[in-house]
Write a protein that binds this ligand. Structure first.
Ligand SMILES: Cc1cc2nc3c(=O)[nH]c(=O)nc-3n(C[C@H](O)[C@H](O)[C@H](O)COP(=O)(O)OP(=O)(O)OC[C@H]3O[C@@H](n4cnc5c(N)ncnc54)[C@H](O)[C@@H]3O)c2cc1C
Length: 420
């Protein structure tokens, strides 16, 4: 439970100090907003490394965490959505105060945030991990289609994943499914192509006369290109058609998706909008008004002292994808930096992070890509370490098992789950 000294009730009544005789801990109060891969990990490691010397509060609007990694297996009918869901009890058992609420405003000068009911929380440092937001208005008609449920993106987990799965189950024989991929950068570069493989596998099994069109605004497949090209040709030819340089420009009221060179009529519209940092980070999004620029040594926003940002909301370093694995790694950097700064210690001058990303190309076979990124003091950014990257030579079922183990492990690490 959150200490009352950090709460200002709705209406401005200061509760600070009134109920607690306990002295504030020496490293103060760190509030983490967003309980996804980045925020949950930051909260866990702040408490793990800071112990009783720091108070940590996690504010997350959803009562339960739902993983996007492995969600394409749900869409493809291989797993249940419930297998992607985990509670926050592990973090609470480690001493993290957990508040289920939405943050509606931030004041980095007063160092307060406002919850949906009007109460305010006071912090010494803030770790912000709000994930992505969408830019649906870049395509005429897309916002209303998403709001009505006529189109789904299924790109933030939860109900949309289930909705897309149900739409695929209801697809008429001989029906058409459309996946539209936005221009990079977007969350999880290989994610749309993995989804294409798993939807194509499902259609081959359950709806053999159906078609899947994958129209990509980018000039080519954005990750594991050769592996996906081979999978499309060897496993999914006849069901899946992939076309690059195909940007969605309009969605007509009758559901026709208009691209530059063609109009598409589809029964299922999986339209992934262009992306930006989550709404809560909007005021700190100083790069193209879309992404948050940070100092990579501290993960601190370039425009707000005391506000550290991790995960997909960041302006990524060159060659660094937006992934759950990297959100987890960045969160550990942020936790270490916050504790160092609060103690008056120096931060690590040469941090290193790494990424591993598995993709399924069939219900059982997966392939991975891996990279390592180290801080470059001259360019003041993270740079890929030459010779430390790799990609599978071919997908196989052993890597499928490793992909599932990766997911179990990162959920356990991020959320302090007992099972490993
Ligand atoms: C289909 C798909 C497959 C993927 N597969 C992989 C994979 O295999 N491996 C991998 O590493 N990554 C994968 N990813 C990417 C991964 O999901 C993201 O990179 C990761 O979730 C980013 O973590 P985050 O903490 O930045 O954001 P999120 O995990 O989205 O967490 C943000 C949290 O902030 C909360 N929040 C936002 N605003 C507020 C507010 N105002 N108040 C309170 N709470 C708020 C949200 O509810 C959410 O829980 C995949 C993504 C998709 C879509």
């Amino acid at each position: 439970m959150i200490a009352r000294r950090y709460l200002i009730a709705a209406g401005g009544l200061a509760l600070a100090g009134c109920a607690s005789t306990k002295r504030p801990p020496p490293m103060g109060h760190v509030v983490v907003v967003g309980g996804g891969f980045g925020g949950a990990t930051a909260a866990r490691y702040l408490k793990l490394w800071g112990g009783a010397a720091v108070d940590v509060t996690l504010v997350e609007r959803n009562a339960v965490f739902t993983s996007c990694p492995m969600s394409n297996l749900v869409i493809g009918g291989i797993r249940d959505l419930s297998s992607l869901r985990h509670g926050y009890a592990g973090l609470v058992s480690q001493g993290v105060a957990h508040v289920t609420d939405s943050v509606v405003a931030l004041d980095p000068v007063a160092r307060t945030l406002t919850l949906s009911g009007g109460a305010r929380l006071v912090w010494d440092r803030l770790v912000l991990a709000p994930g992505i937001g969408f830019l649906p208005d870049e395509v005429s008609g897309l916002r209303s289609a998403l709001e009505s449920g006529r189109a789904v993106h299924a790109w933030t987990g939860g109900a949309q994943i289930q909705a897309l799965r149900h739409q695929l189950e209801a697809l008429p024989e001989g029906g058409v499914v459309l996946i539209s991929i936005p221009k990079a950068p977007y969350r999880c570069p290989p994610g749309p192509y993995e989804r294409a493989c798993l939807i194509a596998s499902y259609l081959s099994r359950a709806k053999p006369r159906a078609k899947l069109l994958v129209l990509d605004a980018n000039p080519e497949i954005q990750s594991k290109k050769a592996l996906f090209e081979r999978a499309f040709a060897q496993h999914h030819a006849g069901v899946l058609e992939y076309r690059p340089n195909a940007e969605l420009i309009e969605l007509l009221p009758d559901g026709t998706a208009r691209f530059e060179f063609e109009d598409v009529r589809a029964d299922v519209l999986n339209l992934i909008p262009a992306q930006r940092a989550g709404e809560l980070a909007r005021d700190f999004a100083n790069v193209n008004r879309r992404w948050v620029g940070i100092d990579w040594l501290t993960m601190q926003s370039q425009v707000a002292q005391g506000v550290h940002v991790v995960g997909d909301a960041l302006f990524s370093a060159p060659g660094m994808p937006k992934s759950g694995h990297l959100a987890n790694q960045q969160a550990k950097l942020a936790a270490a930096a916050v504790l160092a700064l609060q103690s008056g210690d120096a931060v690590n001058p040469a941090p290193v992070v790494m990424n591993t990303c598995y993709s399924f190309v069939s219900p059982t076979e997966a392939a991975h890509v891996v990279s390592v990124h180290q801080y470059d003091a001259v360019e003041r950014t993270m740079k890929a370490v030459p010779g430390a990257a790799g990609v599978s030579s071919a997908p196989n079922s052993t890597e499928g098992e490793l992909a599932l183990a990766w997911a179990r492990h990162i959920w356990a690490d991020s959320l302090a789950l007992a099972e490993r």
